[in-house]
Design a protein around this ligand. Structure first.
Ligand code: PEP
Length: 252
């Protein structure tokens, strides 16, 4: 049975103190009312160790938002997968469109990052999705398939068990424009079909595929109600505990 997940992506928001306050508020909320899904928060590197320690007895898991494409050494300013793992984080988000667009992360770079993350015992939330121009040209399926082929479809069946896919149409990220539940379901089903072609029907059925892009408490129930949408990767609405909790509650 595949996991239902609601994962937050704080991006470059929150000082350490603000991040600790947010994680504490969420921890207390979820201790009082157990979630019906796995809950993950993706934080900037500097928060990872403190927040992982703070959440070690809670149901909330911690993710990094990136890791290096090199193992170790003279790469000033970079943070390796082994370093992320050593903080207590369990996941890393890779392939986010902001990393692809602003930091020129190519499919090859992402492939190396995925390999290093898995080799160091991290699970990967791998993001894919088309731009507005690509959606208007009806290229969303080709784009998603190419992104999977470029960075994750080389993995073994065993490695694949540690991959979560996040479909995030770029035109819906931080824009307030959400894909309709029907649009999202259509491409999620297609992504699952692509996974089945490579890893077989059972593995595809077991793969968690999250939707991301202006997901909030008001639209989460409809999105999560679709058979191939297994939860969400949440940006803006993960920055306030009640908003994030509202999305987690969509699984109730
Ligand atoms: C994201 O960047 O992963 C995201 C889904 O952002 P938002 O929810 O703000 O659209």
């Amino acid at each position: 049975m595949r996991k239902k997940i609601v994962a937050g992506n704080w991006k470059m928001n929150k000082t350490l103190q603000e991040g600790v306050a947010l994680a504490t508020e969420l921890k207390n909320m979820l201790a009082a009312e157990k979630p019906n899904c796995e809950v993950i928060i993706g934080t900037p590197f500097i928060h990872l160790a403190t927040v992982s320690e703070l959440l070690k007895d809670s149901v909330i898991k911690v993710s990094a938002e990136n890791c290096a494409n090199k193992e170790s050494g003279a790469y000033t300013g970079e943070v390796s997968a082994a370093m992320v793992k050593s903080t207590g984080a369990e996941y890393v988000i890779l392939g986010h469109s902001e990393r692809r667009e602003y930091y020129n992360e190519t499919p090859e770079i992402l492939k190396d990052k995925v390999d290093l993350a898995l080799a160091n015992g991290l699970k990967v939330i791998f993001c894919i999705g088309e731009s507005l121009a690509q959606r208007e040209a009806n290229e969303q399926e080709a784009v998603c398939k190419a992104e999977l082929q470029g960075s994750v479809f080389h993995l073994s069946a065993e490695q694949w068990k540690n991959i979560v896919i996040a479909y995030e149409p770029i035109w819906a990220i931080g824009t307030g424009k959400t894909a309709t539940a029907e649009q999202a379901e259509e491409i999620h089903a297609y992504i699952r079909k692509c996974v089945a072609e490579v890893y077989g029907a059972q593995a595809a059925d077991d793969t968690t595929i999250l939707y991301g892009g202006s997901c909030k408490a008001s639209n989460a129930p409809e999105l999560f109600g679709k058979p191939d949408i297994d939860g969400g990767l949440i940006g803006g609405a993960s920055l306030k505990a009640p908003d994030f909790k509202g999305i987690i509650d969509a699984w109730k």
